[in-house]
Design a protein. Structure first.
Length: 187
């Protein structure tokens, strides 16, 4: 089966670099570019899973619960088999993660990096996809399904360490354009 290149990159980061933020970035671009409303939902669900796990690892349990609940609300409409994943197992994992987060008693709290954080893997059902991803991870120098991302500052606090100059410049330009349009309307 053929899978989109950004989806493969998402899986590589998800199981290799464990950079949930990068997973979000990759899949968000795919989601924005998608023209099919049905597939848009697939990519959005994957974005929400990555963002939920990013929040969980950083101790933002409320944010993790919100994102994972949102992903769960859409997950039944995703044909996971078409993405090489075991949908039944994925739904079960999402339910278990939400139960765990709610049971931890910190669902509304913000804590530091969770000391009990454990890595999470997507249930890849397509053996060819799994093998392809393992090989590409090895080529990248990443360990497939590593378990130590909670101690690596560059992935735990990724959103704080990235260069955001392009985002800041784009927002400033949009603000300038909006101000210019408002000025033209008042004449």
């Amino acid at each position: 089966m053929h899978y989109p290149k950004p989806y493969i990159e998402y899986l590589l980061h998800f199981h290799g670099s464990r950079d949930w933020f990068e997973c979000h970035e990759i899949m968000e671009e795919m989601w924005k570019a998608e023209t099919s409303m049905e597939r848009k939902q697939w990519w959005l669900t994957l974005v929400q899973i990555a963002v939920g796990l990013y929040h969980e690892r950083r101790g933002n349990t409320a944010g993790a619960c919100k994102m994972l609940r949102s992903a769960m609300s859409h997950a039944n409409q995703v044909p996971w088999h078409d993405l090489g994943l075991d949908g039944e197992q994925l739904l079960s994992q999402l339910e278990a993660k939400l139960t765990e987060l709610n049971r931890s008693g910190t669902a509304g709290e913000r804590i530091s990096v969770r000391p009990d954080y454990e890595e999470w893997n997507l249930p890849i059902a397509d053996p060819d996809l799994c093998e392809q991803c393992k090989e590409q991870c090895e080529h990248q120098g990443w360990t497939w399904c590593s378990t130590n991302s909670h101690v690596m500052d560059d992935v735990v606090h990724r959103h704080m360490l990235r260069d955001r100059q392009d985002v800041i410049a784009a927002r400033a330009e949009a603000h300038r354009l909006k101000q210019r349009e408002r000025g033209a309307e008042s004449c």
